[in-house]
Design a protein around this ligand. Structure first.
Ligand SMILES: [Zn+2]
Length: 291
């Protein structure tokens, strides 16, 4: 009989209790108490700061690519805000992890007061140029000093998985929403078919993805923060061949990188920029602040 491997344990960064057992790859753990999946050990703050430096968003192809990613990001945020009860003109919208400001531009066109937070100084500078009326904060959400109970809609697209303490982040989000205000959360779903099918080469297993959720773990985190879950569903991602080629150059995937690179080289320019929606293993949760 094969020897039983020892159970490796690590403290859960969200609830600080319950033994956490090894899950999937060697460095991922699942908390038996709150269902959070987390990387352990995690990169320290210095490594993360280096990762999120000037070049972090270059994997989008935003340098020397004639801004081909911009219509793509606008399409993404347009589809996100169409899923909520649209706030009235003049409402205050916050995009956490606003990057170069595509969401802020879409929100401003709706007549909303747009606020954005991002840790990346380059992205915040670009956002300020693109959307001069937006209110921008470079740094973390917690350090931005935003007025409590003042936002009607908060967007967290590809943000939660970068947090060491996503439960605490969601509590901060709740505190910033007006009663009845809504949040839209997009994050990788570790229970998705692509995670199961791709295993260790799933594109969302990245060094900077410190925490991951399935449906049940995300539901618990949302409900513990003082929000109710309005709906949760798979989230297709707006994509072009050109964008996919840039992503796969930064985050190689065996087989796919060469295939998409060849397609990007062979296709006419117009076809490289066609926007298609494909499922990459992400989910979208719509929430509302209780009260
Ligand atoms: Zn936990």
């Amino acid at each position: 009989m094969a020897p039983v491997p020892p159970v490796i344990e690590a403290p859960c960064p969200s609830c600080n209790k319950g033994a956490a057992c090894r899950f999937g790859t060697g460095s991922l753990f699942r908390c038996g108490d709150c269902d959070l999946i987390f990387l352990s050990p995690q990169p320290d703050d210095a490594e993360l700061a280096a990762l999120y430096g000037e070049g972090y968003y270059h994997s989008w192809g935003d340098v020397g690519a004639a801004d081909g990613y911009w219509p793509l990001k606008r399409a993404l945020y347009t589809s996100l805000i169409q899923r909520v009860e649209l706030p009235p003109a003049g409402a205050r919208i916050l995009d956490v992890g606003c990057a170069t400001g595509a969401c802020l531009e879409v929100a401003t066109e709706q007549g909303w007061e747009a606020h954005g937070v991002d840790v990346n100084p380059y992205a915040v500078r670009v956002a300020a140029q693109r959307v001069p009326t937006a209110h921008l904060h470079q740094g973390t959400l917690e350090a931005a000093g935003l007025t409590p109970a003042s936002f009607h809609l908060i967007i967290l697209s590809d943000v939660l998985e970068h947090s060491r303490t996503p439960w605490a982040l969601l509590k901060t989000v709740t505190s910033l929403l007006v009663p009845g205000g809504q949040a839209v959360i997009v994050t990788p779903n570790i229970g998705s078919w692509s995670a199961t099918f791709l295993g260790r080469v799933w594109p969302h297993f990245k060094r900077e993805h410190l925490t991951l959720f399935g449906y049940s773990g995300l539901r618990r985190a949302i409900e513990s923060s003082g929000m109710e879950l309005v709906g949760i569903a798979p989230m297709p991602k707006a994509m072009t061949v050109a964008y996919a080629a840039h992503q796969l150059a930064s985050y190689p995937l065996p087989g796919a990188t060469q295939l998409v690179k060849a397609a990007a080289r062979l296709l006419p320019h117009r076809m490289r920029e066609w926007i298609i929606n494909i499922h990459m293993g992400e989910m979208i949760a719509i929430t509302r602040r209780v009260g």
